[in-house]
Ligand binder design. Sequence first.
Ligand code: ZN
Length: 341
Amino acid sequence: MSQVLYLGHPSSLEHDPGPHPERPARITAIERELDREGWPGLDREDSSAASRAQLEAVHRAAHVDSIERLSAQGGGTIDADTATSAGSYRAALHAAGGAVELAARLLSGEHERGISAHRPPGHHAEAGAAMGFCLFNNVAVAARDALDRGAAERVLILDWDIHHGNGTNDIFHDSDQVLYVSIHGWPLYPGSGPFEDRGAGPGEGYTINLPVAHGTGDDVYASLVEHVVVPVAREYRPDLILVSAGFDAHRADPLAAGAVTEMGFVAMTRSLHRLAAELGVGLGLVLEGGYDLGALAASVAVVLRELVKPPPDSGWEVARHPAASAVRGRLAERWSALARS
Ligand SMILES: [Zn+2]
């Protein structure tokens, strides 16, 4: 069995937005939990920083400049939710670089599964702006780099953070090279991501937004992944599966009203693990949100435990929730796999 790659970097602790839920202790909590377990099956490595060219393949140069300059000045506030300190630029370079490196190592076959566990998170960051605790869009920079290098032709990004990843949604809105699927609370920050937003131009149909009500729990999340995301992915045939892995849909999270437990994250991971094994492609998680330290650390730990195991066999099943059946009906015209059975 291959080892699971864990990429992190000490700079993640140097991004200090002040009193804020997106705080350095998030990473400390995760790594302390893994310390306690002894990092079983995990190859722990430090990430490299993203290059300027890798960032500018997604972000406007002026945006990268502004984050660099702000950090050089000791940091400052960007918007009501987003602030930086002197260490933020370096932390953000490694957060993006860790995602890039994860994708590259999975595509080269060096590892089959892994996680990039850095902060700040990324999925709200737009091409030209920081937003919602995010400076650079880590998962987007990783997917773009893999595509531009020709290492992948198609990338699936599943975003299970409870907030809609508006940045990722918009960056790949007109591309069929990235299938972006988001399961997110509704109504909730940032307010984007209605079901009707399905991409545009050549990207029409390659954005799938699945808003869910407050209080949505394991059964719906697991069923949407197993009975919507998995069949669609089989039809799309990605070369790489990335997850914008936020853990703020957890029932203990203070920022939102999700009802997911550790077992829900395990179920989603199992479905993706089996899918990745079936397709013979890599599966990489890129950390996004998750603000209850205990829930975050426990969830990351159980998810990694799943990734270390062999993929589940066909005996493991997920009940089809009516919410997943309804989504299948609405998407069946575009994705024929959903029209079957
Ligand atoms: Zn979030």
